[in-house]
Write a protein that binds this ligand. Sequence first.
Ligand code: AGP
Length: 616
Amino acid sequence: MCGITGYLGHREAYPIVMNGLQRLEYRGYDSAGIVLSDGENVKLFKTKGKVSSLRKIAEKNDVHGNLGLGHTRWATHGIPNDENSHPHFSNSGNIAIVHNGIIENYDTIKKELIARGYTFKSDTDTEVLVNLIEEVKIKNNCKLGKAVQMALSTAVGAYAIAVFDVNEPTEIIVARLGSPIAIGIGENNEEFFVASDASPFIEYTKDAIYLDDEELAIIKLGKEIRIRKIKDDSFVEPHIQELKLNLEQIEKGGFKHFMLKEIHEQPHAIQDTYRGRLLASKGIIKMGSVDNNIGKFLNANRIIIVACGTSWHAGLVAEYLFEDLARIPVEVEYASEFRYRNPIINKNDVVIAISQSGETADTLAAIKLAKSQGAFVFGVCNVVGSSIARETDTGAYTHAGPEIGVASTKAFTTQITVLALMALKLGNLKGEISNSRFNTFLQEMTLIPSKVEELLKINSEIEKIAAIYKDATNCLYLGRGYNFPVALEGALKLKEISYIHAEGYPAAEMKHGPIALIDEHMPVVVIATKKGHYDKVVSNIQEIKSRNGKLIAIVTKGDTIVKEIADHVIEIPETVEPFTPLLSTIPLQLLSYHIAVMRGCNVDQPRNLAKSVTVE
Ligand code: AGP
């Protein structure tokens, strides 16, 4: 997954495009590039490495120009190096392109082009695409927009592209299939911005168009934007939306890392997520997309949850929620396995797809599969207008705001919040939860944000524990019931940002093997909250202690038993069992954060990872 951005207008394009790339760097950061045109001259700068390295190169040169395209890369085809970084040019040097996605049939196209005398400097699918556009343009003697449309009709795969012809420096063509692209519109069409999301142009305009799949837009200075369907050239009425993002949301808000900022944003994020849905005083949960499809949920044979990574862990918590509170059978599937396992999907199945970015390719494909088999697909997404939000029949947004840190935190707790509201609503409607118990839950949910706030206050205590275990080479996380998925999530957080090998397990599973790993060098994090098989967890803790394991226990405030056994205890406020994951996960997020910082890791952009994985 890459970040693309561009500008066309009366201002200097360089600073706008460069700052835009900086903001999009969470999307991929192994190489970057920029192309500028001042109407006569075209300047290209690109390099392996971060946007900061690109800046160093470009600023030694003339960067004047009112049209610019930029790209920050996460390699798919071709290793991260200067040649493979974008922008790419056609053989004639007339057409420039930046691309996010993958052209799956690029090899076939490349062979045909080579047979026609084309040569290639890079190993990328993108350079193949821009030369295909050139070939089509020359052969059909048509305008760039038409050539892009025709070329894309033969390309297979996912793409968001921005293209311009050096001889037409007042026009940019953008198109999308699978990968997101937003267009920012300046006053009187005197300037335009294009980007993978709105963050690069948020301070310049609040008017934006999110292109839909298989759409192409012709952006010409001083002209209305024209949008066409790629496959049949049909006209599409542009849908301009007002952006609600603010710049501060994007910047770090004074925290050292986006991850720490996002951990601290969880009280608001959870509140924003149930705002307007949880009406505790009225004793109701209002979720239009559920209400409008209530029959499907109430008559569902089962719920199949598809997701990846942290979202999959939220799905696992949802399994406990729906089965416990609504008595609806649930299966939780890794989307990547589900899409190829030839799964049995029935018409009365409800599929819930969970994704922060809304762009994860495997989850998107699992959705398409489920829809093709007639299942009703409900999405839980954080990015408005994302591909998954568009592809699902309906859904509910988590209002976590932009999540920039690659390690997902507030998306996890807001996903659980949405799923808990759904399970409570269905449970109450089905009479599985009495009205009094239902109201207790609603009241308790309104207390969760302040309980998270309270928890964030012990950040420095957790930092002290992190200092003791920062040099660990392995770590185990244990939980039971609702807290088993939290143990998995805690292990994932530590793995992905500190590069320490960690595994999560149901606490009782220890005896069936992993306990062999326990010795005085193995830190073991155990979630031992009062609600949820407490006595059983205490005996698991004793089994570990008797083998000298180093115990970090997450306990309910006022716990007196585990305190006597564990090496460290982190107290969390008491809550009802189904909501414990919303609290027990917070100390695990902070523990992994501090350990990673102390190990000098790049917490917001861990190695080998990207914020959402738009390739298989
Ligand atoms: C979690 O911290 C990771 N960034 C990753 O596992 C992520 O959860 C996964 O790629 C799914 O992303 P999504 O929620 O955007 O679909």
